[in-house]
Design a protein around this ligand. Structure first.
Ligand code: BTN
Length: 256
């Protein structure tokens, strides 16, 4: 095995995902711990996991709530985010992580753009992904939370309606982590076009009516899949070209 510069390499980058690993019984946020380790020079593949988080972070500045030992809570540090044959661009990395989480969970898991992992027609969320990157320093932290053994009734009332659980025993958390690391290694190493094709096959929003903007009540249209930049294409009333929504710019809700 050789690296990009032709030097012999004992272990390809992807084999090193999850090593070294720090497991914490309780922490504020595994993403925050991984970020601190990144700033201190931790190597590519470093993993932080936890039984419980006291300040778990979600997308759009929201918090991520998970009862102790019921969920997979982990953050993986990638250095030099250029991976695989044609390397995921930073904007596509969160989508590719979503594909890997679906791979690890198995049949039934689908994606609600950009990377909520959902189950069933109700699109109840079983896993969330928060990628926090510092491109100028060449690293990214992939934060992943999966409701493995969570009982939805244990969540605060306002979260219950949109949450799902795999309904597996707590002993399934570690095997799921192993499957997730293998899936990430495979997806990060493959050609971008292949990962995008898989994302499209897992698209739970395609053909559904969605709303975005202020509280999800600003604009409406029908989701038509993603373009090669990972933007969501939406057909709005009145014809013309579909609107392309950029992840991070919009809050989305599926209405139909
Ligand atoms: C979302 O809003 O959907 C993203 C949720 C991401 C939660 C995970 S749990 C492990 C990691 N640490 C955090 O603080 N957040 C991510």
């Amino acid at each position: 095995m050789q690296d990009d510069e032709g030097h012999a390499r004992e272990h390809p980058r992807e084999e090193r995902l999850g090593t070294p690993r720090v497991h914490l019984r309780s922490t504020d946020s595994t993403n925050e711990r991984a970020r601190t380790l990144a700033l201190a020079g931790a190597p590519h593949g470093t993993l932080v996991s936890a039984d419980v988080q006291t300040a778990g972070r979600g997308r759009h500045g929201r918090s991520w709530v998970a009862p102790p030992r019921a969920c997979l809570l982990c953050s993986l540090l990638l250095r030099d985010a250029r991976q695989g044959a044609d390397g995921p661009r930073a904007s596509l990395l969160p989508l590719i992580v979503g594909v890997a989480v679906c791979d690890a969970i198995g049949p039934g898991a689908r994606l609600k753009w950009p990377n909520d992992v959902v189950l069933g027609e109700g699109l109840a969320k079983v896993a969330g992904i928060l990628v926090e990157a510092r491109p100028q320093d060449g690293w990214a932290v992939l934060g992943i939370g999966v409701n493995v053994a969570l009982r939805v009734q244990d969540l605060p009332a306002e979260l219950r309606a949109r949450a799902a659980s795999l309904g597996r025993p707590a002993s399934a958390v570690e095997p799921l982590l192993a499957d997730l690391l293998a899936a990430l290694a495979a997806r990060l190493g493959e050609r971008m076009a292949q990962a995008l094709e898989r994302w499209r096959a897992l698209d739970a929003l395609r053909g559904r009516e969605i709303a975005w903007g202020e509280g999800g009540h600003g604009s409406r249209g029908v989701a038509e899949g993603i373009d090669d930049e990972g933007r969501l294409l939406v057909r709005v009333a009145g014809g013309g070209e579909p609107v392309a929504l950029r992840a991070g710019d919009v809050h989305l809700s599926a209405t139909g």
